[in-house]
Design a binder for this molecule. Structure first.
Ligand code: PGA
Length: 250
């Protein structure tokens, strides 16, 4: 696992964008896994800038998103469909046919989840999966206690996450109870991982992820077992690491 510590959020975002752009240059038809949340927004802005100013070409890229709220239609402003189109996809030349985001209104959720897993396989697997991390150690919506071998499935949101995500809704009651999320096993199948974390609120989670024991109570800790995982975080998020210098391998 490579841990890269950058000074602040902007530096973290730019470093992450360089990594993503490098992959697209090397493999124009790569498969990218995208994440939502506030953390990757700076990365997405930088990718948009690279598209506009440097001609970074997304036309052959296939995308898979990590998760979506059950019960929110794609046009709902809090849906992850909406988030991805507003914050990235509509600003770049991604081909709509190659975009995959779990469908929150799927009639048969189980069938949908199987289809999603199959689509990832058919696309040749995910080359690079971008991840945020919850302060409770979740990755995607794999909440504490998630099976470390889990696949795409329906999950109940943790009370902590519901409170955390209430900031995006009018009140906590409006936060959906269920989500469709790639499983921890699905994420671990990606050929490389890029986990981003910024701010003091993520310091405990980064400490556990890099230096703690692997446990389903902190699903992000499984990243230690990945063959090609990069964590890019800022100094605040890295503040509780005991071995702390930029660009170290653990
Ligand atoms: P955040 O969420 O980027 O908004 O902090 C990350 C996550 O919950 O995975």
């Amino acid at each position: 696992m490579l841990v890269v510590i950058k000074q602040d959020y902007d530096e973290m975002s730019k470093e992450a964008a360089l990594l993503v752009a490098d992959l697209i240059h090397r493999k124009p038809n790569c498969v990218l896994g995208f994440a939502t949340g506030s953390t990757p927004l700076g990365l997405y802005q930088e990718l948009i800038r690279m598209y506009r100013e440097e001609g970074l070409d997304f036309s052959k890229v296939t995308t898979f998103n990590l998760d979506e709220y059950v019960g929110l239609p794609p046009e709902h402003p809090q849906s992850y469909h909406y988030f991805m189109w507003e914050n990235l996809f509509k600003h770049i030349n991604v081909d709509r046919r190659y975009v995959h985001i779990p469908h929150g209104m799927a009639v048969d959720v189980e069938e949908f989840c199987e289809w999603y897993e199959e689509r990832i396989k058919q696309a040749g697997g995910i080359d690079l999966q971008i991840l945020g991390i919850g302060a409770n150690g979740h990755i995607a919506f794999n909440e504490p206690g998630s099976s470390l071998g889990s696949r795409t499935r329906i999950k109940t949101l943790d009370e902590f996450t519901k409170r955390d995500n209430a900031r995006f809704f009018e009140n906590q009651e409006e936060v959906p109870k269920y989500t469709i999320t790639m499983g921890v096993g699905t994420i671990m199948d990606a050929k490389s991982l890029l986990l981003l974390a910024s701010g003091n609120s993520k310091a405990d989670a980064i400490h556990a992820t890099v230096e703690g024991p692997i446990t389903a109570l902190y699903p992000a800790t499984i990243v230690q077992m990945h063959r090609k995982a990069t964590i890019i975080c800022d100094e605040e998020a890295a503040s509780k690491l005991s071995r702390k210098y930029s660009g170290y391998l653990s």
